[in-house]
Design a protein. Structure first.
Length: 189
């Protein structure tokens, strides 16, 4: 069975923003979908979130697809660095992701060492899709170029969708994100 794990953002939770939409849509297509609640969501820690994801996944294989949002992307990248060389997942969709400290003390711990992009890239059979918004108030579009250059990711830039979050700081809530569904369905073929 094809399994999808959605890794929520900082201060996120399983029912937040577009996660229930993607979960519901994939389940109607026969996928098993989990949106785990990661520990201490107000203060994410790499040394807690990566083991939590590993425990949720169990044994990784090519029927596993990962979707990350914001710091959830860094969690996925750090998890992929830990996978055994002989294992691969199907692919990963990276929503509003970033690869370096963007100035928030709470998530700085994910970026204390550089990412091993070669190992990460080799861990996904169908590769990566990176989804960004042209008006994200937190994540610069330069990261879409980094994902393309370092991971060979397909880059999708959406117009005026902010950080793809719930209603925060005047940003309208993003409760549906069909492009995530489309990319997972493509990778799972």
């Amino acid at each position: 069975m094809k399994r999808v794990f959605i890794v929520h953002c900082w201060e996120g939770y399983p029912e937040y923003c577009w996660y229930p939409y993607v979960k519901r849509e994939l389940e109607t297509r026969g996928f098993e979908v989990k949106v785990p609640a990661f520990p201490d969501t107000d203060n994410p820690r790499q040394n807690k979130w990566v083991p939590c994801l590993a425990e949720q996944i169990g044994t990784p294989d090519e029927n596993v697809f990962l979707v990350g949002h914001s710091i959830g992307v860094a969690t996925i990248l750090r998890y992929l660095e830990t996978m055994p060389e002989d294992k691969k997942i199907g692919g990963a969709v990276l929503v509003a992701g970033f690869t370096e400290d963007i100035g928030y003390e709470e998530v700085k711990n994910f970026f204390e060492t550089p990412f091993d992009f070669a190992k990460i890239k080799a861990s996904a059979r169908k590769g990566f899709a990176a989804i960004h918004s042209d008006n994200d108030p937190y994540v610069d579009l330069k990261f879409s170029k980094i994902f393309k250059e370092k991971l060979g990711a397909e880059v999708i830039v959406k117009h005026a969708l902010g950080h793809f979050s719930g209603s925060i700081e005047g940003e309208p809530a993003c409760t549906e994100l069909p492009v995530v569904l489309e990319k997972i369905l493509e990778m799972a073929k």
